[in-house]
Design a protein around this ligand. Structure first.
Ligand code: ZN
Length: 134
């Protein structure tokens, strides 16, 4: 696995959170994107080599909505950049990790993504992401 590509943070009010993180990081949000399949709005910030991804629910059926109901706002996932997501998924399956999906899916920011079940990684939801050309 390569660098930490981004850290995902679940927020209850995306517009307010964008202002907070623009001030905190002293950098503007460079991209906002809705991932309709996940019912989330995302907002991205660059910070050095990595990014911060804010995640806001667009509906009560969103996983972000239930996450905040259960655990409150805060750290949602850590995403690692990989060169070959399918190979990495197979490597982790062989090592006994459970993946939340069989096949990579299209995520925000032109990425193919897959998630590992947090039970296998000390309670941290881990995302693998591979950049795809536009
Ligand atoms: Zn993410």
């Amino acid at each position: 696995m390569n660098k930490i590509e981004h850290i995902g943070i679940a927020v209850s009010n995306l517009e307010e959170a964008i202002k907070t993180w623009e001030t905190l990081l002293s950098t503007p949000c460079y991209k906002k994107e809705t991932v309709a399949s996940e019912k989330v709005d995302t907002a991205f910030f660059k910070t050095g080599e990595s990014k911060i991804e804010l995640l806001g629910a667009t509906s009560e059926e969103s996983v972000i909505h239930s996450f905040i109901e259960k655990r409150g706002q805060g750290l949602h996932h850590v995403a690692f950049e990989v060169d070959d997501i399918r190979a990495e998924m197979q490597r982790l399956r062989d090592a006994g990790f459970r993946l939340l999906q069989e096949e990579p899916k299209r995520g925000a920011d032109n990425k193919l993504v897959a998630f590992l079940h947090p039970k296998n990684s000390n309670g941290v939801l881990v995302e693998l992401c591979q950049s795809v050309s536009k």
